[in-house]
Design a protein around this ligand. Structure first.
Ligand code: PGA
Length: 329
């Protein structure tokens, strides 16, 4: 027996869907005689009639119904295969443009490691800047994906949290408050404070906490980077509030200590965000899914990789299972 060709099945499927030879011919850009010929050959192959004409209308026979269902399965699986190939091609060679807030620079580059190993053909560009700038980039649709410490309330976006980002009070190791328990917020408000620039999400969250407690922050200096703030703390210029992730490499055994202060840590999260109408590229979708499904594991592996000698104490609140409640994603 001869086999049906894919072309014949395509023609048949279109006729069965429209129940019209004319509309199928139009859809497939074929002439009526060609369509009729394809069906004649297909009917010969099957050995049973596929359509019957009752009055002016055509109907599927029992065999026609069964063939129609088979065609749908065949074309669905061909479509799935084509999508899979497109995805593989997209992930083989593609570009990923990320814009992230400054606290996320302590995590996203590390998370990119395993991702780029998995998809070595992908080129990544990473813009690190403060919340306000990231939001501007998002509004202008400049990047594929954005990492924020809080989703915007005035832009229509899709967002999902993928990891905790606790903000903590950091002082020099030999600061009188280091090692003290239950330090009050009033006491911290009296200390010279190193503040991030305006437009920073860390600054916003800190200011909000002090405002809520009707306390004024004693700003000693304004600095535009977390690293500059850490250096200034070491230089003895004051204390500050930073993401706990900013101690990612040195842990709490270096020159910086996390103070135990009422109201802290400020529980924040990192969110993967993109504009609501945006069709994510295959690469961006893969990275988004990767952050959501594997972000935590990558973060935990990162903490585990800090040598004992560098980190006497674990960075509480991030990875220990007993702190899972902090995850509250
Ligand atoms: P930023 O980001 O301080 O760099 O703006 C921190 C945040 O928004 O959580």
């Amino acid at each position: 027996m001869r086999h049906a060709t894919l072309r014949q099945l395509k023609v048949f499927e279109a006729i069965a869907r429209h129940l019209s030879f004319t509309r199928a011919a139009e859809e497939l850009h074929l002439t009526q005689p060609t369509v009729s010929m394809q069906i004649k050959q297909l009917t010969g192959t099957v050995g049973m009639p596929l359509f019957e004409q009752i009055g002016k209308r055509i109907h599927l026979t029992g065999a026609g119904e069964a063939l129609h269902a088979t065609c749908r399965e065949i074309f669905d699986s061909i479509e799935r295969f084509e999508m899979d190939v497109a995805n593989r091609k997209g992930l083989k060679k593609g570009h990923l443009k990320l814009a992230v807030i400054t606290t996320a620079k302590y995590f996203i580059p590390r998370a990119l490691g395993p991702f780029c190993q998995r998809y070595p053909g992908i080129e990544v560009s990473l813009k690190v800047t403060n919340r306000e700038r990231v939001l501007e980039r998002l509004a202008d649709n400049l990047d594929d994906l954005y990492i924020l410490g809080q989703p915007p309330d005035n832009l229509d976006v899709v967002y999902k949290p993928f990891l905790e980002n606790p903000l903590v009070v950091i002082a020099r190791h030999d600061h009188p408050l280091a090692g003290k328990r239950h330090v009050t917020l009033e006491r911290v408000a009296g200390e010279p404070f190193l503040m991030r620039e305006s437009g920073s999400g860390t600054r916003m969250a800190t200011q909000r906490l002090f405002d809520k407690n009707r306390l004024k922050i004693n700003i000693r200096m304004e600095l535009g980077s977390n690293e500059a703030i850490k250096q200034a703390i070491v230089g003895g210029l004051g204390i500050s509030v930073l993401s706990r992730h900013s101690l990612a490499l040195e842990g709490e055994s270096g020159p910086l200590a996390v103070l135990n202060v009422q109201g802290f840590p400020i529980e924040r999260h990192w969110y993967a965000v993109y504009p609501a109408g945006k069709q994510l590229s295959v690469v961006a979708r893969a990275f988004y899914d990767y952050l959501l499904s594997e972000g935590r594991r990558v973060a935990e592996a990162g903490w585990a990789a800090i040598p004992e000698s560098l980190s006497r104490k674990p960075l509480h609140g991030l990875s220990r299972p007993d702190k899972a409640k902090n995850a509250a994603l």
